[in-house]
Design a protein around this ligand. Sequence first.
Ligand SMILES: Cc1cc2nc3c(=O)[nH]c(=O)nc-3n(C[C@H](O)[C@H](O)[C@H](O)COP(=O)(O)OP(=O)(O)OC[C@H]3O[C@@H](n4cnc5c(N)ncnc54)[C@H](O)[C@@H]3O)c2cc1C
Length: 263
Amino acid sequence: MFSFSKFYSASTLQEAYDELLKNKKNIILGGTSYLRMENTNYNTAIDLSNLSLSYIREEDNFIHIGAMTSFRDVEVSPIINNLFSGVLSSSVEHIIGVQFRNNVTVGATVFSKYGFSDLIPALLAMETTVVLFNEGEISLEDYLAREGKTRDILVEIKIRKVEGKGSFQSIRKSKTDYAITNTAVTKSQDGFRVAVGVRPSKAVLAYKAMEILNSADEINEDIINEACEALNEIKYSSNMRGTGEYRAAVSKVLVKKAIMEVL
Ligand SMILES: Cc1cc2nc3c(=O)[nH]c(=O)nc-3n(C[C@H](O)[C@H](O)[C@H](O)COP(=O)(O)OP(=O)(O)OC[C@H]3O[C@@H](n4cnc5c(N)ncnc54)[C@H](O)[C@@H]3O)c2cc1C
């Protein structure tokens, strides 16, 4: 279990950020599910609960999801369920159980770039922007491509509103385990986006597969197979849940299934 010496309930984001920078051992609290698995002693734990960061809002061109929004809120939101066939809801609805999903937060998950995440590939398959308090806006793609974490606070994510279909697919050894690998595919007027997660490192876009799909005059089984073969560009590796070779093989099957679902 993690511990901390002081608890700081921030009244503004500026206060939270100033407090974060005061000491390397100060941390932001999300739902604390992941922090509770650590054995680290922190200095000040900064709580964002009073900053009204739990929301899902639909505006003209974007859907805004606040950092403190829970996975459960994402799962049941009509706004999210209407977006790309509810691909984001599908990505989280099987994670552990309702009580757990009521607690874990979108902000902590995206900020931490967890390689095992089910949420992140689904966000990557849509056009998602990360809004950081100090740094401002950055595309999720660029944010994930960066190594390490900055000392900042994730305020919200923004998903560009586009009409389209989406599919999330994953494989796991048991229902409540982390995925061995996963994928999310979307298709809209802008074309296909194919994201692959749990490689087991951070999720990436499958650029070659997208190029094949997006330049084809017609999507048929040959084109889909060609796109799936192009997943060889992605680096998969091994951990206790599966080998890199197994992940690479299964990923092709999951991506094919997801493409067929969005046609
Ligand atoms: C037992 C267990 C099983 C899980 N299984 C899965 C699974 O199958 N699939 C899946 O996708 N996920 C899974 N997760 C991960 C989970 O879904 C969340 O991604 C994770 O718990 C982080 O969310 P949290 O709110 O608990 O974060 P916390 O534990 O509160 O924080 C995690 C980190 O994020 C930082 N942080 C929090 N909020 C912010 C913010 N706004 N800005 C900047 N930094 C911030 C914290 O300082 C900390 O470093 C699992 C987690 C656990 C504990």
